[in-house]
Design a protein around this ligand. Sequence first.
Ligand code: ZN
Length: 340
Amino acid sequence: MDRYSRQTLFAPIGVDGQKSIGEKHVLLIGAGALGTGNAEALVRAGVGKITIIDRDYVEWSNLQRQQLYCEKDAREKLPKAVAAKQRLQLINSEVEINAHVADVTADMLEALVKKEEFDLLLDATDNFDIRMIINDVSQKHGVPWIYGACVGSYGISFTVFPGESPCLQCLLKTVPLGGATCDTVGIIAPAVGMVVAHQVAEALKILSGNVKDCNRKLVSFDLWKGQYVSLNVAGLKNTECLSCGENKAYPYLSFENQTKTAVLCGRDSVQIRPAETMSRELGVLKELLATQGISAESNPYLMSFHVEGHRLVAFQDGRVLVHGTKDIVRAKTLYHRYLG
Ligand SMILES: [Zn+2]
């Protein structure tokens, strides 16, 4: 076990902590900047198993900060979950890595958490609704989760222990948790690294059996301005909270709050998700388009083509991204015209 010698020498982890880390299963939601940073650190640290969910594919604008990806991934438009798994497996072949190219919905997340018995949920999304779903799933199934977000040179992180700490819903009224995304105001890589450092440190405490050492405070910082804040938020736990209070309703699980068609946050793109999960025959589709004189590029996971000034990307699970518009009607028209 030489590869972990520096970590076992670190007294709070030691041999027992390392063994414990090696038996744990982490669910990582999102494989963008935060996701790749968290995944690489945990895989190097020797976590037993990691399951990664991401709905996107690698683009050139990701390479500045999404540390597992390279130019080849962007050229091939590889789904992030797939590209991440390939790279991670090269870093540590002993870790079991599951990759899902999928959109996170309440139903799928709950089903996955019931089936897999995760020890920790790691938030690496840039999507507020998905965080609220993670928050409810964490409370309902008693699995801790680590919130992390960054934008510009700013970052924030907090660990939620169901039944003990306030949850994200509790914090919402008091702590400004976002709005802007990196697609609208940009982001610098060190802000990502700082949030990843906080998330991974807390994760290692939880996974190595040192929950007592966890930082119960909310941390936030602005690396450009040199500002660091550590907030004691224990008093914000709200007994009337619908997610973690006395009468739990898990609002983000119990009603369908996810529209089937969504304008992607801060991006000039619309995502269309079919009502039922389906398996799209990309090869057949490519041939059908070819008969209309449209040439499509494809890899085993997705297919993309240009029509009427827009780029459409169709995934195997039925989802379609329409780039170059925020107009849902326009996007749906193109979807029906070319993809059924
Ligand atoms: Zn709460």
